[in-house]
Design a protein around this ligand. Structure first.
Ligand SMILES: Nc1ncnc2c1ncn2[C@@H]1O[C@H](COP(=O)(O)OP(=O)(O)OP(=O)(O)O)[C@@H](O)[C@H]1O
Ligand SMILES: [Mg+2]
Length: 356
């Protein structure tokens, strides 16, 4: 697991480096281990009927990180989150959240965490303010403290102006932000967000990202699941990619992309000649891997632009006509493709059809 890599340059630019960034140097000394906000080992969940939704997951999320859990529909993201939040019994393995074992002391874990689940359940008749004040009351705050805390949270998530409107008049993005505020009532150490921006338009998505960053900057560790590559790329310090209950890649976005080799050359050909094309292009010098898609080949090569003349020659010799050839820097989608043989984006409909 990539637990000892230094912070990325991107992250350093985005935030003033907090004290935790100096942590890796200390990790060698076993007497003084750096705290992990979440530690998961061999975590499994088998549902009745034989679905192994989570199939041996290991994770270490450091304090203060925004950690992304990226995967397609049905990958096991929500199941993992629900186990970590003590909402679902685990089948095997161990999990500690904020230093507490989720099986041994679920009540203590719950006091340390905030959760915004994938399905939002807001009372449509209540106003945003009423919902938050009620939530504060549930955490044992007195009337005046509850009023003050609700106001603070409404400001934090940018809902002060809409505070006294019923939530049925809120947009999807506003509902998400209110849900986020509800999860923050008791100032949790670790915040779990299950697909916080799914279904939001791009502008609302960016607003939610801003809230998440702000919350993280105040010291809260964030564990968020997402199906969006850009979200993982922009928001997360580190991420794990999960597919069919198994982690297939882990690291900072930069590490994952740079581990891909330098460039991705995509060659679009007719489906019928894919095999012939593959055999031809595999002869290219410097090709690290070739992944087949339905009507395209993705080649991981040292230098994409320089390889094109040779690729064209190889295809020509094999009598294959390329419909298009393009060169790009690797994205997290390429990381996913290389690890699983499938694309993550645009795969929503087919994500579950190929279960092994
Ligand atoms: N209560 C349940 N009983 C049986 N199977 C379940 C149950 N909950 C989830 N599953 C199955 O476990 C697998 C993982 O589901 P999960 O909800 O964790 O996926 P996910 O990554 O959150 O997907 P999505 O992006 O669609 O929310 C799926 O195959 C799902 O059908
Ligand atoms: Mg889910």
């Amino acid at each position: 697991m990539a637990t000892e890599k230094p912070a990325t340059a991107k992250k350093a630019v985005r935030k003033a480096a907090p004290a935790r960034k100096a942590a890796p140097a200390k990790r060698a000394a076993p007497a003084e281990p750096v705290a992990n906000a979440i530690e998961v080992s061999g975590l499994r969940k088998s549902f009745k009927g034989g679905v192994d939704a989570v199939n041996g997951v290991d994770l270490a999320v450091r304090e203060g990180e925004v950690f992304g859990f990226l995967g397609p529909n049905g990958a096991g993201k929500t199941t993992t989150v629900r186990m970590l939040c003590t909402l679902l019994p685990i089948t095997a393995g161990t999990a500690r959240v904020a230093g507490i074992d989720v099986v041994r002391d679920p009540a203590a874990v719950r006091r340390k965490i905030g959760v915004a689940l994938q399905e939002i359940g807001l009372d449509p008749i209540q106003t945003g303010r009423e919902i938050l004040e009620l939530q504060c009351g549930l955490y044992g705050m007195s009337g005046t403290r509850a009023v003050a805390r609700a106001k603070e949270l409404l400001d934090l998530v940018g809902l002060a102006d809409a505070a006294d409107r019923r939530t049925k008049t809120y947009s999807g993005g506003m509902k998400r932000r209110l849900d986020l505020a509800s999860a923050l009532v008791h100032s949790p150490t670790v915040l779990f967000l299950d697909e916080p921006t799914t279904g939001l338009d791009p502008a609302s998505r960016v607003t939610v990202w801003d809230e998440v960053r702000r919350i993280n900057e105040s010291g809260t560790t964030v564990f968020l699941t997402t199906q969006y590559l850009e979200e993982a790329d922009q928001l997360c310090d580190r991420l794990a990619i999960i597919d069919r209950g198994v982690i297939v890649a882990e690291g900072t976005p930069e590490e994952l992309k740079s581990a891909m080799g330098h460039d991705v050359v995509t060659i679009t050909v007719a489906e019928a000649v894919l095999g012939t094309a593959r055999a031809a292009v595999e002869r290219l010098k410097g090709v690290q891997q070739v992944v087949e898609e339905r009507n395209a080949l993705a080649l991981y090569v040292d230098n994409g632009a320089e390889s094109i003349p040779e690729l064209v020659r190889l295809l020509d010799r094999a009598d294959v006509t390329a419909n298009a050839i393009s060169v790009a820097r690797p994205t997290l989608d390429d990381v996913f493709l290389k690890a699983t043989g499938r694309r993550l984006e645009g795969d929503d409909e087919t994500g579950e059809e190929k279960s092994a």
